[in-house]
Design a binder for this molecule. Structure first.
Ligand code: ZN
Length: 334
């Protein structure tokens, strides 16, 4: 109850601050905002919004969260796939407004997911690569995640929460803000705090992501097509939408807005990159790795025995041995 009163009070004070014209994160209106695509990378998309985190602190926070991710997930070690995913993603980063260097890793998981932590620690599941039908679809999802980082959504959201928090506790308890973010992060679960964004933030990430994919040379429509496909799958079979997409609901409204923004801001081009032969090769490689894993799981008990004489040439020796020494089982039955 007391917490509720505090929260209400905090919200009221916050409301007053907002009324005074201090915007924490200006509402994203789409349309003309960030429409200057020729200035991508040079413009400051975070101008005028509050953020208690310096870029350095944001990177430190991201690194802290990334340690947690890597402790609990299995990273793909295959150099061919990781190099490819890195190249596609870094190319998008170069064509974005992100001001932090990106660290990109592939997670060996069938779950269709990709997420970028504050500070540019970006994880892409093999399941997402396999779910995409072409490189432009994969790039579209990546660009959306890169946009969350470029627009600093996680730390802006944390800033908002922190201010509400500060406003709702007596001033005497407020210590130095340095290191507070890390301390706060330690007690919270990663996915919801730093990965679930407001509808407004989602719209902005859609919008910016479309710009980044377009500027890199991809067909921006592929992003929308990918999500429509995912939605259709979910309609056919409930429960197939993975967690990533339940925290990123692709509503009809979002699809419509994205479509409008493509028409409004991105001048039509004659040629887009939709697919590359490399993408097909990477998918084949991943499917093969998947199949090998399945078959080795199935054969696990017999495989272990055969491992001692893996070469076919050794088999005659084995049968000779068998002739000379009948297996003990046969003897017992006599
Ligand atoms: Zn998102």
């Amino acid at each position: 109850m007391r917490d509720m009163i505090r929260a209400t009070l905090g919200r009221r004070i916050l409301g007053a601050i907002l009324a005074l014209g201090l915007t924490l994160s200006p509402a994203f209106a789409g349309g003309k905002k960030h429409a200057d695509i020729e200035n991508i990378g040079k413009r400051d998309i975070n101008k005028g919004s509050w953020n208690l985190y310096s870029v350095e602190r944001e990177i430190a926070l991201g690194r802290f969260l990334a340690n947690d991710v890597e402790r609990t997930s299995r990273l793909l070690q295959d150099p061919v796939v990781t190099e490819y995913v890195n190249r596609v993603a870094q190319n998008l980063v170069r064509n974005s407004d992100a001001k932090v260097p990106f660290v990109i890793k592939v997670v060996d998981s069938d779950e269709m997911n990709a997420f970028a932590l504050p500070g540019g620690f970006f994880y892409i599941n093999t399941g997402l690569v396999l779910a995409a039908d072409n490189e432009a679809e994969l790039a579209g999802v990546m660009a959306h995640e890169i946009a969350h980082v470029a627009a600093r959504h996680a730390t802006k959201q944390a800033t908002k929460a922190q201010i509400i928090n500060w406003l709702s506790i007596p001033l005497i308890f407020i210590g130095g803000p340095v290191g507070y973010g890390i301390q706060q992060a330690a007690s919270l679960a990663i996915p919801l705090t730093f990965l679930k964004f407001s509808r407004n933030a989602e719209r902005e990430a859609d919008y910016l992501g479309l710009e980044y994919a377009y500027r890199t040379g991809y067909d921006p429509l592929a992003f929308i097509e990918f999500f429509e496909k995912v939605r259709k799958k979910e309609k056919e079979k409930k429960g197939t939408i993975p967690r990533a997409f339940s925290t990123h609901p692709m509503t009809e409204d979002r699809i419509k807005k994205a479509q409008e923004e493509i028409n409004l801001v991105l001048p039509a081009r004659e040629d887009y990159v939709l697919d590359t032969s490399e993408f097909a090769q990477i998918k084949t490689r991943l499917k093969l790795m998947q199949a090998q894993r399945v078959s080795s799981d199935e054969r696990a008990p017999t495989l272990r025995r055969r491992e001692q004489s893996p070469k076919n040439e050794k088999r005659p020796d084995k049968s000779e041995q068998d002739e000379g020494q009948p297996p003990p089982l046969k003897r017992r039955s006599e």
